[in-house]
Ligand binder design. Sequence first.
Ligand SMILES: Nc1ncnc2c1ncn2[C@@H]1O[C@H](COP(=O)(O)OP(=O)(O)OP(=O)(O)O)[C@@H](O)[C@H]1O
Ligand SMILES: [Mg+2]
Length: 266
Amino acid sequence: MSNVEKEKVVELIHVDKAFGDQIVLEDVNLPIYEGTTTVIVGPSGTGKSVTLKLMMGLMRPDSGQVIAFGHDISNISNKELRKIRMNFGVLFQNVALFDSMNIFDNIALPLRERTDATEDDIRRNVQEKLEMMDLTGADKKFPAQLSGGMLKRAGLARALVLDPRIVFFDEPTTGLDANKSAEIYRLFHHTQSELNYSAVIVSHDVPKIFKLSDFVVLLAEKKLHGCVSPEDFQLSDNPAIRLYVEKNIGPIYSSLIEEAGFYETF
Ligand SMILES: Nc1ncnc2c1ncn2[C@@H]1O[C@H](COP(=O)(O)OP(=O)(O)OP(=O)(O)O)[C@@H](O)[C@H]1O
Ligand SMILES: [Mg+2]
């Protein structure tokens, strides 16, 4: 199916965002298509987390629209926003589990707070997510008793417990070594094909994260660049993307550049 036919689950349209006189985003457009993974990359402080917060309705834009599941959430009551947020899952850098609750109760929390699920349903759902995350048997442990990787997996289980249609990840592997990061992404890939959610991931794991991406966008100088496949991103002739790729991935082969340079040396 082409992207044109796919439903947009969330979309930023002509969004501007400033804090005081600091302009962070200027006329940003970003569609997120159903069942796809979009990766946002860019230097520190350029507004990647702000972009996620806008899409989740945690921040409102100064102008422009934020459409989620057909509703403009930049202009909506808190009650309606809460309903729409039921479709959202979140995994931020600091997983933020409650230290005083065991892993089972941490994962069950969104179900208890936001649904009328019975304790039997909750038990079934949480056990299923624990299994998916290789955490069976860790349900009675408290966050302080888990390793960094286990904590992230528990966070992922909690993010998925409401069966969200879109999950937002803000640097989900921060603080993990390469092996543990790969494990998180493997689980992420596995659960996505099983549960079929859309994902928006802010990540510095470039170019490894490209393997999981359908679309890559670069945030630089207040603007979004790209929203193209990882292959097209790496070969893009957009100057901002070229600069980013050369800095973070290394010079790429381009017949035009290579040839021009080659003949100049004679
Ligand atoms: N609530 C806020 N109030 C004022 N300024 C803010 C607020 N949130 C973010 N900013 C500013 O907006 C800019 C973008 O912040 P953001 O957190 O989105 O960057 P980022 O791209 O996620 O960076 P990093 O890669 O370091 O996480 C920064 O200059 C930040 O100081
Ligand atoms: Mg950030």
